[in-house]
Design a protein around this ligand. Structure first.
Ligand code: COA
Length: 286
């Protein structure tokens, strides 16, 4: 999940509204806002126009950018007006700097009605800009589990080859029972559950080598187990030569190869693909 910092001068209106908007798309998002000269409080009209959208920023407080200098960020986004000479330059570690210019609604002259309209206008402009940013940079980069589609077959073959797993008989029950993890349009993980009578055979559980250790393997396996439970399967079997400990951590235990039920024995994995040295593991569901 990317870490995002939004900056303006006072951290009382635009950057607070942007933070509230981003958080409303995903409450788990790691997003903060700050200013180079933090104001005493968040502008009450900013709170009001966000409330009109159902976003509560009453608890927000202006913060100094200083407190974030030692922290790494994937994105630092400045939201000052185009010609603002006070627009802060973040000195800490940043992967990407973006500038989304918005007029300062608090600087609007005229009566309260004018100011309120200016805040609403900036809020709506920000809503469009930050929604686009979220979809293009955040959601697309967040690994997402989804059912496999026929068009995924070749990408799964490549993934299995990169993970040194065989692809024998892959197309037999594909794409039913298969799921993939996608990140920024790339297929980075896969797992399949083939059905043999009352039992399932978990196979082709693979995560791209550089994406391992981040919970994607567990996400894939849990997804296949839920799928099996929904279908009322009796037990899940799998063969592994290298990841017995990983599957033990997911509740599987090793069984004798001969203990496999008839249906599992008829699978290509059992008959030809998995070497005698592979461990057969089982998880009973009912
Ligand atoms: C096995 C594999 C799918 C795990 O994927 P992953 O995304 O790294 O796994 P996760 O990050 O979800 O790990 C979940 C837990 O299992 C542990 N784990 C992961 N791989 C392990 C392995 N090979 N042996 C022992 N433990 C392992 C992790 O440390 C983690 O433990 P934690 O929850 O205590 O932190 C991945 O290593 C892989 O693709 N291996 C090559 C293909 C393979 O062998 N597939 C299995 C046969 S079908």
């Amino acid at each position: 999940m990317p870490r995002i910092l939004i900056l303006c001068t006072g951290n009382s209106a635009r950057s607070q509204m942007a933070e509230g908007l981003l958080r409303s798309y995903d409450p788990a998002l790691e997003v903060w806002s700050a200013g180079t000269r933090p104001a005493a409080q968040v502008h009450p009209t900013a709170i009001r126009v966000m409330e009109e959208m159902g976003i509560d920023i009453r608890a927000a407080r202006p913060k100094s950018v200083e407190q974030f200098l030692g922290q790494p960020f994937h994105y630092v986004i400045t939201v000052c007006a185009q010609a603002d000479a006070n627009c802060p330059v973040f000195q800490g570690a940043v992967r990407r700097r973006l500038h989304f210019p918005f007029d300062d609604p608090a600087a609007t002259g005229g009566d309260e009605g004018n100011i309120l309209e200016a805040f609403r206008r900036v809020r709506d402009q920000m809503s469009v800009r930050f929604r686009d940013f979220y979809l293009a940079h955040v959601r697309a980069a967040t690994p997402r589990l989804r059912p496999a589609r026929p068009a995924d077959l070749e990408a799964i073959r490549r993934l299995l080859a990169a993970c040194e797993l065989g692809a024998e008989g892959l197309e037999t029950q594909f794409p039913d029972g298969y799921a993939v993890v996608e990140s920024a349009g790339d297929l980075v993980g896969a797992a399949g559950l083939e059905i043999y009578g009352e039992d399932g055979l978990l196979r082709s559980v693979a995560v791209e080598p550089e994406r391992r250790g981040k919970g994607l393997g567990a996400l894939l396996v849990r997804g296949r187990l839920e799928w099996a439970v929904q279908r009322g399967l009796r037990a899940i079997y799998l063969f592994t030569t290298t990841a017995a400990d990983f599957f033990a951590g997911m509740g599987f235990w090793a069984v004798e190869r001969e203990a496999a039920p008839e249906g599992i024995r008829s699978s290509e994995q059992y008959r030809v693909a998995c070497p005698a040295s592979a461990t057969l593991m089982c998880l009973t569901l009912r």
